[in-house]
Ligand binder design. Structure first.
Ligand code: HEC
Length: 148
């Protein structure tokens, strides 16, 4: 196999390994094919709790995404609206996007809400801690699935 191919094989293995990081005490995850199939948390997710997380200052999804279904009045437009996202994407695809947007687009401005490795410029008290908990992410996914 020519050298060039070895380099891409090594890069692919590195990407695969990067998919199973256990963030700050949170459960680990496994990304493959743009999906994280296993829920991050065991509890029963709650769409209404997810709506609250989505519009919260903590997650601030609506800083970038319009989600008129939340009933909020102001939205950013730095990202595609999330209306209909439940029709376009599976829970496994949404989970992967929220955990690690940079796995899809290295230049993405969307924060990685669960991956904690390889992040830059994280304030000291937040280092090693995911932005959202595993439960919060599962609740957000439950809400996004209602956007049909
Ligand atoms: C700083 C801006 C920003 C924030 C905050 C943000 N996103 Fe995103 N998001 C983006 C951009 C830009 C894209 C388009 C793809 C890309 O560039 O990564 C995107 C893509 C997505 C997608 C895939 C798009 C689709 O229609 O399938 C989902 C799902 C998503 N975001 C969910 C969320 C959720 C949930 C939150 C909050 C927990 C959030 N985003 C917060 C910028 C943001």
């Amino acid at each position: 196999m020519p050298m060039k191919h070895w380099a891409s094989v090594i890069a692919m293995v590195a990407v695969a390994l990067a998919g199973c990081v256990a963030p700050g005490g949170g459960p680990p995850y496994q990304m493959s094919g743009g999906e994280i199939r296993q829920p991050l948390a065991n509890g029963v997710p709650d769409a209404e709790r997810g709506r609250k997380v989505l519009v919260s200052r903590e997650a601030n999804c609506i800083l970038c995404h319009a989600v008129p279904e939340t009933g909020e009045r102001f939205y950013g437009n730095l990202a595609p609206p999330l209306s209909g996202v439940g029709k376009r994407s599976s829970a496994a695809q949404m989970r992967a996007r929220i955990v690690d947007p940079q796995a899809f687009n290295a230049e993405s401005i969307m924060p990685a809400y669960y991956r904690v490795e390889g992040l830059h410029r994280v304030a000291e008290p937040l280092r090693g801690k995911p932005v959202l908990t595993a439960e919060q992410i599962e609740d957000v996914i439950a809400y996004l699935q209602t956007l049909q």
